[in-house]
Design a protein around this ligand. Sequence first.
Ligand code: KG4
Ligand code: ZN
Length: 359
Amino acid sequence: RRYSKVLGIETSCDDTGCAIVDSDRNILGEYLQSQQQIHLDFGGIIPPVARDLHKQNIDNVVTQALQQSQVSLNDLDAIAVTVKPGLPLSLLVGMNYAKELSKKSRRPLIPIHHMEAHALTARLVDHNLQLPFLVLLLSGGHCLLAIVKKVNEFLLLGQSIDDAPGEALDKAARRLQLKNMKEFRNCCGGQAIEKAALRGDPRSIDLGTFMTNYKDCNFSYSGLKNAIRSQIIKSEQKHELKGDEIIPEVFDLCASIQYAITKHICTRVQRAIEFINRTQLLPDTNRTLVVSGGVASNMFIRKHLNLVCDEENFKLIVPPPKLCTDNGIMIAWNGIEKLNEHIDIFSHLDLDKVDIQSK
Ligand code: KG4
Ligand code: ZN
């Protein structure tokens, strides 16, 4: 395989990211501009606001990444960009920028599926990781279990029928007003709950179990979200508090929320492994579970997934937190993987004729 360098651009949600990665797994340059603080102040992501911020930042983000890498546009082998799934307005900013960059540099454009990029990042970190493998993606927008069969072929085993775990955590953190507590001010919801949970008892409040009667690998978080809401209202009434004050059992509640989510995730993974054992979907040599997405940086969830994997004779691989959350590195690396396999490579001359999002 030829040595190659790819520049990757990510704008699917609220992070503007760019990186240059080579086929020897070196991250030559990277830059990430998060919009998190602004969206925290708004109490959630407002798509046109996210789009405007991407527009404002993207040129600087790409320039910084290129400068750091000391790679010139001429030295690149391709430009890779997230084309789906994500917020349509946000995706468009990255796609349009990447198209222009591709024309300007006369380098091909490679469309990237955001979730596939999350999954394949593990192969950037671990060069021994062979396909196929089992992947669990846990983020603010997604929750799914799949078998990565080929670079562009995923077998979906299950996904969330309603919300995503990160969204449930973010909403709970908002309801609990965690950002009013100094120590959590700059944390996203999931991080705040993880830190707060360290001071609470995970078994103090029973929030229920979910989908235990379903014999598939799907997930559901809406029941949990309702249980959390009722519990908070109950606590507020008990202490005669209004929404703007913090309930005394906030730490126990955070620990119990994290515990309930972890238990749900672990039982669904166990189901997937049972299914794999029965169907031999993975050869014995490939019993590896990759966990990625923002929620994968949670140490409590990791610890318990590790226990499941030990029991089931699976190897657990979790990329470092920086690579689990949205970033340009994973997009550039997926570009390398597609370049190696000659998949989805669009000439800069064809960009006005083809729909790169259909890939
Ligand atoms: O993958 P990501 O950066 O963006 C997408 O949603 O695609 O994930 C962000 C999500 C947020 O919901 C955030 O609360 C959650 O990941 N998160 C965490 C932790 N760090 C980030 N959830 C639990 N524990 C954490 N330490
Ligand atoms: Zn993501």
